[in-house]
Design a protein around this ligand. Sequence first.
Ligand code: ZN
Length: 218
Amino acid sequence: MSELEKLLNGNRQWAGRVSSESPEFFPTLAKQQSPDYLWIGCADSRVPANEIVDMLPGDIFVHRNVSNLVLHGDMNCLSVVQYAVQVLKVKQIMVVGHYGCGGVKAALEDTPLGLIGNWLCHIRDVAAKHRSLLARCSCDDNLLDRLCELNVLEQTRNLCNTTMVQEAWRSGQQLEVTGLVYGLEDGLLQELNYSNSEPGGVEQRLEAAVTMLERRCA
Ligand code: ZN
């Protein structure tokens, strides 16, 4: 059986199982989606949004890219955020990084990687901004963990500063933005002490969250 045949077989089995357990599931979902969540995560195959939080199709609007970056010039990510905030009116956005992230690891190394090296430059910028904190990490594993966390915090900050999120907050729309990091080894999501639901204080909240991370340097 080819890889594609395996995939299509799996799909038929899944759709049949869901339909038999809940006959109205697909017809209801086909009419509309009204998710409360937007997940901005890494493209890594080990960090699938719905499975990790035990939610069904229809529950989470998802955007994933290499190392969960939220860049102010990335029309793809910004369009997803705009649709989620202005049309779907999600109540919670999570930027979800993960420990052992290959993109973050590659950003720490000097190996030339071609095109993706440009993308990873944004993580190198995060590392440069927080070089004094990272200098306190005594081993590579600790350094990688801290940069994975710092990257989530910086992307969460970027998200808070987008025009869509700022406008939503200024108009009184209920919306919380949070940074989370996922552990590949235990399957658990961890908070990083950075949540925001108002237009001001973005930088101060980031600084406070970074200060909390300093304790994890070893
Ligand atoms: Zn990753």
